[in-house]
Structures are given as structure tokens and as C-alpha cells.
Design a protein around this ligand. Structure first.
Ligand SMILES: O=C(O)C[C@@H](Cc1ccccc1)[C@H](O)SCc1ccccc1
Ligand code: NI
Length: 183
């Protein structure tokens, strides 16, 4: 099982790498890894398991955070209406997005960053993502709200981008133009 020991931290070169597409159909090895990534998120959100294995709660995880040069990610997060968005994706791509921006008013964190970095992270309010599911089938997701923020955070990891790269240095809490808080 994946634990915090498997997650690379700031300074690791893979966190600043534009990662490689995964061959489709996926190999059994890549399928197993992606399944473990989703299971990590479920484990991290289960109080007993998280305490037993000292897991930080996570709503998303990208393969480069495990030191893997692969474009694959998992998200496991409820939206504001309580609908669960649980996805394990190969080669995700944002194919369109809203003009309107969105952000978490409390800012963001990262399992690969062992420090607080305060500030608003400007993102798109809504995104349409094309990807391949665990079986190698093409999927198209239209996400808004918190799930949209999470998948943008994870796709950033596939491109070597950290959440704090987006924070306004002069005024970290300046609300971005034409954007709304999603939480
Ligand atoms: O490091 C990661 O990629 C996982 C992040 C994902 C994240 C996405 C959007 C906004 C904040 C974080 C972790 O989930 S950070 C820990 C966490 C857990 C629950 C809720 C918010 C943050
Ligand atoms: Ni992160």
C-alpha cells in the first residue's frame, strides 16, 4: 500500500518535470499503480486507517508525487452537494474551461509540501477533461466547484507546476478578477 514515505517532497526533480504520456492500452503494472493511488486517497480519508498508517488526508494524488514520470492521477472528493467524484485517470487533458475563474478561499495545500503556503490559488471555475479510465477507455469529465479545483491541482503536478506558483506574490490574498470562491 502507498504511505507517506512513498510521496516525494519539495526539491525532488520529478515535481518539476513535464511527465510522459502513459501507453494506452495501459499495462497491468500501470493499472495496478493507479488503483493503489486511488486506494491511498480512500485510506487517507478513513480516520482509523489514516491514524494507523499516519496518512495525511488527500483528495488527489498525481504519479510524479510517487517519483513516477507518468501522466496519471487519482481524485477522490465530494462536491458541495455531497456527490462523490472518484476517478483514476491516464493522460488527462483539459480540453476546455470557463472564462470565469474559481478558487478555494482558504488556499491550497499539497502532500508534497510540508509547510503552509498561504494565499489564493487562481484556477478555472469549470473544466472539461478528456482522459482514459483504468481500463483504457476514453472518458470526458465536466467538473465544477471543488472537484474542478482538485483536478487542476493534480494536472498541474503532471506538468511540474506547484500550487504556490499561481499565488500573487505582491498580494497573496487579492481575489483574482472575474473569479469566485468555490467553497
Ligand atoms: O498534493 C496533492 O496533490 C493532494 C492535495 C490536493 C489538493 C487539491 C486542491 C486543493 C488542495 C489540495 C491534497 O489533497 S492536500 C490535503 C488536503 C486534504 C483535504 C482537503 C484539502 C487539502
Ligand atoms: Ni499537490
Amino acid at each position: 500500500m502507498i504511505t507517506m514515505d512513498d510521496i516525494v517532497r519539495e526539491g525532488h526533480p520529478m515535481l518539476r518535470t513535464v511527465t510522459k504520456e502513459v501507453p494506452i492500452p495501459p499495462t497491468t503494472e500501470d493499472q495496478e499503480t493507479l488503483k493503489e493511488m486511488l486506494q491511498f486517497l480512500k485510506n487517507s480519508q478513513d480516520e482509523e486507517t489514516a491514524e494507523k498508517y499516519n496518512l495525511r488526508p488527500g483528495v488527489g494524488l498525481a504519479a510524479p508525487q510517487l517519483g513516477l514520470d507518468k501522466r496519471m492521477l487519482a481524485i477522490h472528493v465530494e462536491d458541495i452537494k455531497g456527490k462523490l467524484h472518484s476517478y483514476a485517470l491516464f493522460n488527462p487533458k483539459i480540453v476546455s474551461h470557463s472564462v470565469e475563474g474559481g478558487y478555494l478561499s482558504s488556499g491550497e495545500g499539497c502532500l508534497s509540501v510540508d509547510r503552509e503556503v498561504p494565499g489564493i490559488v487562481p484556477r478555472h471555475a469549470r473544466v472539461t477533461v478528456k482522459a482514459y479510465d483504468i481500463d483504457g477507455n476514453q472518458v470526458k469529465l465536466r467538473l465544477k466547484g471543488y472537484p474542478a479545483i482538485v483536478i487542476q491541482h493534480e494536472i498541474d503536478h503532471l506538468n511540474g507546476v506547484m500550487f504556490y506558483d499561481h499565488i500573487n506574490e505582491e498580494n497573496p490574498f487579492h481575489p483574482p478578477e472575474n473569479a469566485k470562491p468555490v467553497d
